[in-house]
Ligand binder design. Structure first.
Ligand code: ZN
Ligand code: ZN
Ligand code: ZN
Length: 284
């Protein structure tokens, strides 16, 4: 029954069923896209040796039943709209908000220097209490601490800011366990941030000479999708994103089976969808 399914799902079915979902992911497809066989060499990540944030706790946060708070306006303090839109999205990401308001990060923070997650907690608390729009200067004034070449008062790219913000939160989560180098790759995918935003993207290449199938699987925190030609809906853009690409000419593929450059088909698919999917639309 639906109730049983819900109980089963809330019990953390998704973590236990990674292998199955990886196998069935290939049979589901958007309309009009030819199926690609699921056999072949694969680099699907191993089971993590250590779960850093229990999945059932994440599910509780995901199903947080408090209504949250109404969106709070953010003032533009000079070219800061790119950051404000991202902060608004993060302030509406339920499991993240539930975590920061219910459990909180600041008390347990291991960072001695400036910490984005600490500041985001202050920001979310302020958003949930404030009656008036405010400027998130505690974060904006420290943009260079978040990453890359982000600078205060400059117009930057919202997607880039989002990437840095999520990467920073991920590394704060890993700090608790000794940092990135101390945690194996598959366990790194079990932080709260990974449970919220993480998924797997698969790139499959089929050699037209020996028919060898090679699957490369990589962690994704968001999808960058191009708007090609006259695409009129997100579904259409996703269809194009997952369409088979013909590798030939200068783009020939180096096949392990043939040990030579060959013509091949390449296709990207979302092997394991994130619980909260961020899509950046590229327009040019
Ligand atoms: Zn399942
Ligand atoms: Zn912190
Ligand atoms: Zn080959």
């Amino acid at each position: 029954s639906l109730t049983c399914q819900k109980v089963h799902w809330n019990d953390g079915h998704k973590t236990k069923c990674k292998v199955n979902s990886a196998q069935t992911a290939n049979t589901k497809s958007f309309s009009g896209v030819a199926l690609v066989p699921a056999r072949g060499t694969s680099t699907i990540s191993k089971k993590p040796t250590e779960v850093l944030f229990p999945y059932n706790e994440f599910v509780e946060l995901f199903n947080w039943e408090k209504p949250g708070f109404p969106p709070r306006g953010l003032l533009n303090c000079g070219n800061s709209c790119f950051a404000n839109v991202v902060l608004q999205c993060l302030a509406s990401t339920r499991p993240l908000v539930a975590y920061l308001l219910e459990k909180g990060h600041r008390k347990e923070c291991r960072r001695s220097d400036w910490c984005f997650l600490c500041e985001l907690q202050i920001h979310i608390e302020r958003s949930s209490q404030s009656l008036h729009p405010f400027s998130p200067t505690n974060i904006l004034s420290r943009l260079p601490n978040i990453g890359g070449n982000l600078g205060y008062g400059r117009q930057e790219d919202a997607h880039e800011f989002m990437r840095f913000a999520i990467d920073t939160m991920q590394s704060v989560c890993l700090d608790e366990f000794g940092g990135e180098k101390a945690v194996d790759r598959s366990s790194q995918e079990t932080t709260l941030i990974q449970h919220i935003f993480g998924g797997h993207l698969q790139s499959q290449v089929i050699c037209t000479n020996c028919n060898k199938i090679s699957n490369q699987c990589e962690n994704m925190m968001d999808l960058t999708v191009e708007i090609n030609g006259d695409a009129s809906s997100l579904e259409e853009c996703l269809d194009q994103f997952t369409v088979k690409e013909w590798l030939h000419g200068e783009n020939m593929y180096k096949c392990d089976g043939c040990n030579d450059y060959v013509k091949a088909w390449k296709r990207l698919t979302i092997l394991w969808a994130p619980n909260i999917l961020t899509i950046a639309l590229k327009r040019f």
